[in-house]
Design a protein around this ligand. Structure first.
Ligand code: G3P
Ligand code: MG
Length: 245
């Protein structure tokens, strides 16, 4: 059965990467959430997609140039004014302490380090996962594949998945080379069912992003893809139900 990951939470309806969006995804029965991790000037792990604050918040500039104390005054509801004043940028610590109580929820944690190489990002994230004992329900993904190799240098108990948009040839082989147990392709680079099947034969899980088109969703469910990452988890569950009935 395909696992449904809410991309940045239920981000079509709520401000992305906020506790509101994550809680909504959980309430909507998503199997998991996807979230993006960056780092402040003082080394605090924060959950935000862009390297800058401009698109999603009422502030501007690089996340890396703000201290966590400064970021606490920033409102992350910029694109959803109806939620003004209700959305801070969460720390990874806050998301983990919330998720700890949601026993069945999976966390797809994207290390956002392909523009800025945050020092020791991998080590800090692994440390926090261990602190909250979440090893069994996380996957670390990144477009920076060197970072995933670094994760495996540090630990062999946390699974990783390679993110990519390109039409990689036999991506399951490449994933194995990196010790990754998952591939997270953009859905447009997943044109063939055989990729899912061959990956499965090699114990590699395919989870496509960001699947918001209902026809594409239906096709991927029919192909029995292990996971999809979507902005609309509620709708995805309806499509999944329709396909399996
Ligand atoms: O993890 C899947 C997806 O989130 C990757 O792209 O840019 O939405 O973080 P992006
Ligand atoms: Mg992401």
């Amino acid at each position: 059965m395909t696992q449904i990951f809410a991309h940045r939470g239920a981000s079509r309806e709520y401000p992305e990467n906020t506790m509101l969006a994550f809680e909504a995804a959980y309430q909507q029965n998503a199997d998991g959430i996807e979230l993006d991790v960056q780092m402040t000037k003082d080394g605090i792990l924060v959950v935000i997609h862009d390297e800058t604050l401009d698109r999603t918040t009422n502030a501007a500039g690089w996340v890396k140039d703000y201290s966590y104390a400064e970021l606490q005054h920033v409102d992350a509801s910029y694109q959803f004014p109806q939620y003004a004043g209700q959305c801070q940028i969460p720390t990874l610590d806050q998301v983990f302490s919330w998720a700890k109580r949601k026993q069945s929820l999976f966390l797809n944690i994207e290390l956002k380090n392909s523009v800025i190489e945050y020092p020791h990002l991998e080590k800090k994230v692994i440390h926090l996962i261990r602190q909250f004992q979440l090893e069994n329900r996380v996957v670390l993904s990144s477009f920076n594949h060197y970072s995933l190799v670094e994760v495996h240098r540090l630990t062999d108990e946390i699974p990783t998945a390679i993110l990519y948009r390109e039409w990689l040839y036999e991506p399951w082989k490449y994933a194995k080379q990196l010790q990754s147990s998952g591939i997270h392709p953009h859905f447009t680079s997943l044109q063939k069912e055989s990729i899912i099947r061959k990956a499965r034969e090699e114990n590699i899980s395919v989870r496509a992003y960001t699947v918001n088109n209902l026809n594409v969703m239906e096709q991927l469910f029919r192909w029995n893809i292990p996971g999809i990452i979507t902005d609309i988890p509620k709708k995805a569950l309806e499509v999944k139900k329709k396909v399996s009935s």
